[in-house]
Design a protein. Sequence first.
Length: 131
Amino acid sequence: MKNAENLKMTKINDVYFISKFLKNFNPNFCLVYLFELNKYAVFDTAKKQIVITYDRYPDYGILVKLKVTSRENIQKYLSQIEQKNLEIELKDVNKKIGKAKDQLCEVFSYAEKAGGGNLGQNQIKKIINEE
């Protein structure tokens, strides 16, 4: 979103009732005309930011552009969330692998101290469960 602090603009009431449809996306959206840029724009009154600009008089195309832009942003955020979740999962798996390695080393260390004989399954379980 673009900052609109220094731009001269005026709110418009369009003949196609696009303003009404914008409220379905966000109740804070309104149509404005930007004098310096000679463009129409969707303005977020709550954030005081321009959401998108449009070169011609607002029509259905501005709604399509807004919808596509919103969908692209959602996909971007979902990808970022998925990446973070994968990183957390990988960290958890690596932690479990490290713990398993430590327990396995403990088993072999115990086996060496016990005279190098074969350990039975119950003895291995006992060593692992002691931690």
